[in-house]
Design a protein around this ligand. Structure first.
Ligand SMILES: [Zn+2]
Length: 213
């Protein structure tokens, strides 16, 4: 279950049980880089590339996901309609932040991130918790045939990126009851979100972050 704090950031209520964890899904009303001096990000390129942050700060090259387990570190992705996904390995105290637009979702970036956590930290999918943050919903996301084909569809129609990412997480072994989806639509969900489809070049980006205290 998601809730919004007084600082206009969304959190997963179930994750408040992890005292070692920092996490949140920002809105247009909060400026995360100022809150975290030690943020690590990547130059996002709509790929399936996952970067191990290893305690580093700043922009760590090109990619669309980061993984980390160093205490005191916070990793983040930026979105405005694309899907932000946070992964938490409860047992090994490791985390991942993933940016999944339609290209990244078609390239199964969230599965690559789970695999990267496995290789880097020994993470087992059964120990993972996942949160899928505010993104453009099927209510507003109409795409052409060239995009729907990537997801087994035909012709123009709606695409539910949150559902596809949830399915990918389940397929690689994450327990369904541990996959939390906000189901908040950035486009029709109100002014608190940036939406690229709605605001075009004027749209800002929202930070979704996760870290180990
Ligand atoms: Zn919508």
């Amino acid at each position: 279950m998601f809730y919004r704090d007084p600082g206009h950031t969304y959190h997963v209520a179930e994750w408040d049980a992890f005292p070692w964890l920092l996490h949140g899904f920002g809105t247009r009303h909060c400026d995360l880089p100022e809150r975290f001096a030690h943020l690590a990000t990547v130059k996002q390129i709509h790929s399936a590339e996952c970067v191990a942050a290893e305690g580093r700060r700043g922009v760590l090259g090109e990619g669309d996901a980061l993984v980390e387990n160093a205490p005191g570190s916070v990793i983040a992705v930026k979105t405005a309609d694309c899907v932000p996904i946070l992964l938490v390995d409860e047992r090994r105290r490791a985390v991942a932040a993933v940016h999944a637009g339609w290209r990244g979702t078609a390239a199964r970036i969230v599965e690559h991130a789970v695999e990267k956590m496995h290789r880097t930290f020994g993470t087992e999918p059964g120990d993972l918790h996942a949160a899928i943050g505010p993104a453009i919903g099927a209510c507003c996301y109409e795409v052409g045939p060239e995009v729907r084909e990537q997801f087994g569809g035909q012709g123009r129609g709606r695409l539910d990126l949150t559902a596809h990412n949830a399915l990918q997480l389940e397929n690689c072994g994450v327990t369904r009851s541990r996959i939390h989806a906000s189901n908040l639509c950035t486009m029709c969900g109100g002014e608190e979100f940036h939406s690229f489809r709605r605001d075009r070049e004027a749209a800002g980006r929202m930070y979704s972050y996760v870290g180990v205290k």
